[in-house]
Each structure stands twice: as C-alpha cells, then as structure tokens.
Design a protein around this ligand. Sequence first.
Ligand code: ADP
Ligand code: MG
Length: 360
Amino acid sequence: MTKPIIELRDVQKYYGDYHALRGISADIAQGEFFSLLGPSGCGKTTLLRTIAGFEDVSGGTVAIDGKVMEGVPANQRPTNMVFQSYAIFPHLTVAQNVGFGLRRAHLSKTELASRVGAALEMVGLEGFGNRAAHALSGGQRQRVALARALILKPKVLLLDEPLSALDKKLRENMQVELIKLQRQVGITFILVTHDQEEALVMSDRIAVMFEGEIAQLNDPETLYRRPNSRRVADFIGVMNFMPAEILSERGDQVELEIAGLGRVEIPAGHASSGGKGVSVGLRPETLTILFNGSDTPDRVAEGVVEEVVYYGDMTYYDVRLNGAAAAVRISMRNLVGRPVLEIGTRTRVSWSPQALVLFR
Ligand code: ADP
Ligand code: MG
C-alpha cells in the first residue's frame, strides 16, 4: 500500500455507557476510494465524525497525514465532509453556496469566481452559478454540496450516505460520476453507505462494520467471493447457505457431505460460522440451470423449480435439490431463445466446488 493518509488505531467511542466504536483499526491509503459499509446503527457516521473532528475519540488514535489529530478541531483538519442532508443554503445562489467555505479566505473577486467556476465544472454544473439553490433538483443539490466540499481542496473527502436521498436511476448515475470525479481529483474518498451494492460498485476497499467493529476489510471481489463469516456473507449480496457435514480433514483439504450436492473436497479456508454449525455458501450465479444443449459439466445435481422471479434481464429460480431441506436460489441470464421455466419443472443444475465457501 502507498503511504496511508489515515491511520486508525484501536479507536473507541462511548456515548455515555453506550460503546459505539469498539476498537477500530485500519490504514486508508492516499488516493483510495474507501467505504464503510454496515447496517444502520453500526457506527459508520460516528467513525466518520471522529475522523472529521466533530467527535472526540474515547480511546485510541486518529492520525491524518502522519499527524495524530487529538485536540485538532474540525476546521483545522485536512478533511471535508459531505452530509447526508446536503445542508445547502436555499436562499443563496449556487455560486454563493459553493464559495461559502472560502468567504474568509480573502480572495479577489476574480479569483473566487474562477475557483467556484472550476469546482462547478468538476461536478458538471458549469453555467449554474447564478441559479437560486432552491430551484435545483435533488441530484443538482448533491452536486452543489460536492462542489462546496471540493473547492476547499481537502486531502480527504468524507461522504456520509451522499446518494441515499436520490432515486435509483439518478443514484446509479451519480455513483459512476463520483468514481470518475475521485479519479480525476485524486484525493482520498471515504464513503459511508448501508447499501452493499453501492459499496461494491464504488470502492477500492470496503470495511464491513457490525456493532462498532470491523468484521472484514477487503477489496470488493474478495469480500464477495471469500466472506470471512456467515454474517458478512449474508450482508453482501445473496448467499445460499446449505448445511454440511465434515467427513474428514487432511492438511488444508476438507471432505464434506452436503445435502443436495453430495460429497466434495474443498480447501478449508478461514471462514467462521458464528455458531450455526457447519455450512457452505454458494452465490446464485455460481449455480447454473442446464437447459437442453448446455455443456455437461462434471458436477450436476437434480431438483424441482419451486419459485420463479422474472427480472427482465435475469430470472431468479428457487430450486429444491433432491435430498436438500430447502431451495437454493439460482440466477440465470435471460438469453434470446431461452425459455423461462415454470414452477414444478424438473431440472438439472451444475455447480462448481471452487465457488463453495465453508463456514464452520
Ligand atoms: P450508523 O451511521 O452506522 O447508522 P451511527 O454512527 O450514527 O450509526 O450510530 C451508532 C450508534 O451510536 C447508534 O446506536 C446510535 O444510536 C448511537 N449514537 C450516535 N450518535 C449518538 C449521540 N450523539 N449520543 C448517543 N448515542 C449516539
Ligand atoms: Mg449514519
């Protein structure tokens, strides 16, 4: 990793008796797009606010750019925050909103105008400077909030669920724009989100948080493919959990009996179950329904379609494999000429031992 811009060491936060942050440690690299992902109430905003300096830590340290931030007020940290509610001033113009943070910088009129113009251009709002802020759409307000934060040239931009108020289409567009913007300006972004898809799409690395602790910190692909616990696996995407029995263990290999899939030998891995016994996880796209004419792969199970959910580009099938207690979810692309199966259809399903994640 390149030099960390943020170093969190055993960060603790108490609100009275309530232990909101329980020993958070992480390094965030210069220029990284880093996300804090977790359910509501797990401490994401609290952690962001301790980095920004809006909250004191109860223990541990936050260092930014090599300097421990203890006692450094928010306005003297090289960070800037974009809030969930954009908090823009409706009675001011767009340009006045964006230039607000520079009002004490004693810039000449022309210099201020050029900085504001550059910031507006960055977020795709060139020409909107004289518009009244109250006359903007939700997406445009979010851009104003971004421009207002970027104009101060922070080393780290902290974003607390910045897109959560936008509708789905606009949110997806803004996700892509934010990624491009981050690449272009090259500063570190720390994004808070409870939306796992958003975190996967946008981040270089993601810290998954539960109850004030980081449960797993990895790049999106590792998090998705190799979740280190059932809880993380369950929180990110869809995961089929199938009960399994360990038959034998040799070195790093484990031989399992899985109801519905049969016997298989896989690497033991490192995942932990959280006390629900041994199980394996399989993502819906790693199971494949074999239509007529499909290749015959080595691992095939048989079952009956119990539920069909049609999404246009995809269909989700719940298939009860012979000998299994519950159905597994399988996602299939809807190709031209491929039928959508009906409930009750007997079908063959191929799967790959490589895709199995062991939880124990
Ligand atoms: P998230 O952003 O992940 O939804 P927060 O960081 O806002 O979670 O809150 C984490 C926990 O700390 C929650 O249980 C919340 O109720 C509590 N909390 C947050 N801020 C305060 C506060 N100022 N006083 C007391 N409890 C708080
Ligand atoms: Mg929050």
